[in-house]
Ligand binder design. Sequence first.
Ligand code: EPU
Length: 417
Amino acid sequence: MAEYKIIGGNPLIGEVKIEGAKNAVLKMIAAAVLSDEEIILENVPKVSDVQSMLQIFKDLGGEYKEEDSRLILNGAKIHSYKLNEEITKKLRASIVFAGPLLARFGRVQMFHPGGCSIGPRPIDYHLKAFTQFGAKIKNYDKYYEISIRKPKGTTIYFDDVTVTGTENALLFSVLAQGESSIRLAALEPEVQDLIALLKKMGANIKFHSFGRYEVRGVKKLHSAKHKILPDRIVGATFAIIGAATNGHIRIKNFLPEHNDLFLFKLKEIGVPYQIYQDVLEIFPHKSLKPTKIVTRVFPGFPTDLQAPFSLLLLQAEGKSRIFETIFDSRLKYLLELKKMGANIEIIDNHNAYIYGPSKLKGCEIKSLDLRAGATLVGAALMAEGNSTIYNTELIERGYENFSQKLVLLGANIKELS
Ligand code: EPU
């Protein structure tokens, strides 16, 4: 268990460079199962979820080399279709090994994936997609066994948009015989980046119309090199914490086209900023206005930014509303903010009102998941006095050197483990 000791009150000042996107690279590691040639990834973030995915890859027989932020994956010696129970239960992304293993071996044995505690994380959309492709699913006490005679393309429909579900369908269909059409598919930039890698490997994928990918299966995928897109959630988190401490920071590797609605919301509440190509500069503000945040699939407001954005709502003058539509239990961090003195009314698992401006005071709080953890660090930096945040190892699952980057911006954080 790790913890941070934080003394709040310093506005953040300086420049921070954003790493590659966690939610893109994790799926690319699974994509390397599809080829027996080298896949080279650049701009790979140093986060613990990447290490967990690499452990699974190795456990299946895959080989890899890490060279600073480069990762060289080779799936030639993959021999197993069984996912390791202990590691797959650690993270949600482990489920995207199912599609490639099913395409390569015609079978996969897997456990229900774990992940952040943000509410139930069912996998019925994944299983239904595999069933539509013709797979047979056996649900044993502890694990699932999925098998298919001959991977063949077809049209599949999701009940609702799912990021990892779409990725699994893509990762299966690129090697399935014939044509597949994936309907009600996710459009997140990380899904697009996975598609970009798959195309470099020789896959035939076309974006047809809103929420629909058309895939023509190929016999073999070959080696490829790909630079991972910058992490839009990490970039926006730094922008928020910079603004929440009323600081002046420059965020490098920030792609505005991936953060459209977030930038609109920043402007709407009165955070002054400027964009120069891939740099976002946040300036100090005088006062902030309240607003409403409704989380939606891309291009809507990302659920992963719902918690961080609350830091700005805490300072806005008046009543703001949060409506979390994606996950059932992603408002629990608000209880921690209340301990710090925030004036918040939690209506139910999806709705809350924030009354600002709130003066926060330092206290002992607990990180509940990766985004909530980053949010509490921001809250402690805004607060008067000392805070201790527990379970900060959760933050390192998806933010590379988070505390060190903040310290370079002038934050007073000590890491203990
Ligand atoms: N859902 C089902 N059944 C399924 C799959 C999903 O009911 O089989 C529901 C979920 O419960 C949720 C909604 O569908 O209500 C959307 O879930 P989705 O499948 O899109 O989420 P995910 O693929 O498990 C990814 C990211 C999350 C991010 C969400 C939404 C990864 C590894 N995780 O999760 O990232 O919040 O998409 O954008 O890509 C994070 O990075 O902190 C994180 C939680």
